[in-house]
Design a protein around this ligand. Sequence first.
Ligand code: PLP
Length: 382
Amino acid sequence: MSVSGVTSTGSKRPDLLFGPGATDVPHQMVRAHGCIVHDADGREYLDFIMGLGAVALGYGNSAVNLAAHAAVDRGTVGPLPPEDEGELAEELRVIIPRLEQVRFLKTGAEAMAAAVRIARAATKRDQVLGCGYHGWLDWCNSGPGIPQSTQSLFGTIPFNDPEGTRQAIRAAGDRLACVVVEPVIDAAPAAEWLAVLRTETQQVGALLVIDEIKTAFRIALGGATELWRLEPDLIVLGKAIANGYPLAVVGGSADVMQHVQHTWISSTLATEFVSLAAARATVAEIKGTNALTHLAAVGARLFTGLTRLAEQDATGSVHCSGIPPMCYLRYDDEARSARVAAECARRGLLFKRTAYNFVSLAHDASSIDSALKTLGEVLASC
Ligand SMILES: Cc1ncc(COP(=O)(O)O)c(C=O)c1O
């Protein structure tokens, strides 16, 4: 195996999905459609991982693929900005009015790094507080290869803890460039926490950045910002925005976004045709099919079923976690979580043992019920 660490996407590593040394589990896939995945050995799986949340309309959605194929036929990439760039920006502004201006990039990590760069440029400060996962780049991580000076500029705040958050923001005070949060971490955000984030950042002159990479185009078209009427300074979108084609967005008010002009945020393939066209088709398809109402309904069916399975589990060490459109069974016993995930896979179900499983337009009541039946049988036997 010449790919270092088996695969380039950490969360797709077999040991993370199924536990170290699991046998007879799928390692590589050859194709996917709807919510069905085919592995390299010709076996078929009902999937709830959905490209780690990058797919809300189902794999290979035909309207999105049609737009992408047409973009390939138009040449994929060229020397000038593509028309689709401005048009998608306008469409996003209609969905999330706070996105007066945007920049497009390819990955969530890149768009988050851009948001932090913009916040630092706007405030002329360096310190950042974060909450959740924001990608692999240096500014928000620690460990080998990351300079100590970079690590020292980043701290964390506790999710849904108004007092801890207030204290951390006040302690950073006039050194704080921005607070960056994932709005959903295993649970919906409390109104009081959201209020503290907004008022305390304003008080110290820092920007508030909402990382909507998992939540936009899933829990609502405009994500948590729409659902909980948030008023962030910057918003970052990714994953489901182009139904699996690589695209991410950073945006906010014209006032904040003008700072992009004074720093350098640019990438050769940020403006290829295919992902921009795929995103426009994704927006149209989500609106046209009322997909997010469907996700809420099938998500609720899954969430209710998982809650019941957790309550019925004889060990009492399994819990239903998350919110209906993105949820999972959280296990106190890590080894058991691996046994369950591996056995589900052997029975044709790909169901993540950590945050999150995602429903899609391709899931229906019978796929949810089938997954719950398999999970119930496996939990009883593992
Ligand atoms: C909330 C959040 N932010 C940022 C990222 C990083 O995005 P990417 O993996 O596209 O770089 C992720 C990826 O899982 C994410 O869930």
